[in-house]
Design a protein around this ligand. Sequence first.
Ligand SMILES: CCCCCCCCCC(=O)SCCNC(=O)CCNC(=O)[C@H](O)C(C)(C)COP(=O)(O)OP(=O)(O)OC[C@H]1O[C@@H](n2cnc3c(N)ncnc32)[C@H](O)[C@@H]1OP(=O)(O)O
Length: 213
Amino acid sequence: MNGPVVSPPAPRGSGEPAAGAIVLSPTTPPADAVVPPRAPEAPAPGAPLGSHYDHCFGCGPQHPQGLQLSAVAGEGLEVTARFTVKPSHQGGPGLAHGGVLTTAMDETLGTLNWLLHTPAVTGRLETDFLRPVPADAELYIHARITGVHGRKIYSAAEGRIGGPDGPVAIRAQALFIQVKLEHFTKHGRPEDIKQALDDADLLKRSRAFEVNP
Ligand SMILES: CCCCCCCCCC(=O)SCCNC(=O)CCNC(=O)[C@H](O)C(C)(C)COP(=O)(O)OP(=O)(O)OC[C@H]1O[C@@H](n2cnc3c(N)ncnc32)[C@H](O)[C@@H]1OP(=O)(O)O
């Protein structure tokens, strides 16, 4: 994972950290963050988490060019996920685009919030790209919550090529912020909000819109 960020020298009286001071990344949980228990409503370990929205670029089954990533609840506050790099996900020839890989990490980290049974959105996401990922390869992602502090949910993930024992290609740390239903209904395009709320799949609807922060 990322080490502490050492700040550059700052001018006196600027309010910035002193020269040489160690400044933790905003995605690193503070010392008084807690790792809470799974929510009672959380899917059981081994349960597929499904898609929170059919048209999601990360997990939606109706998004033909999307990642169609599938995640499974792990033990504790952990999930695993898989996605196969499609030809349409290329950046360099024959290689996954870094933004697509970052999306896979974002999506997987986002699914962790179901284990806390709370909606949350990405506030900050940091990624390290360690190894190129070829088209057609499967990326296997393991993600875990590292701490909760008020509305802030800290998490980290690692993506490996081919399976759980494959070489590490990408690492990420994130800060998610808990939000209420209004975050989506206020900011989202009305026709899409209506379509999601009209979804006959009650489980999907409850996961997407009826969880209580
Ligand atoms: C139904 C479930 C759906 C799940 C979808 C999952 C999809 C995958 C995940 C995503 O990609 S979500 C889409 C990408 N993210 C966004 O669109 C979020 C856009 N940003 C916002 O809407 C707001 O900035 C945000 C809700 C994140 C925060 O606004 P708020 O007004 O609610 O809170 P505020 O700004 O007061 O911040 C709360 C705390 O978080 C901190 N914070 C917020 N953003 C931060 C940031 N970027 N870096 C560091 N700290 C941050 C902030 O400093 C503060 O700390 P303190 O409590 O200590 O004062």
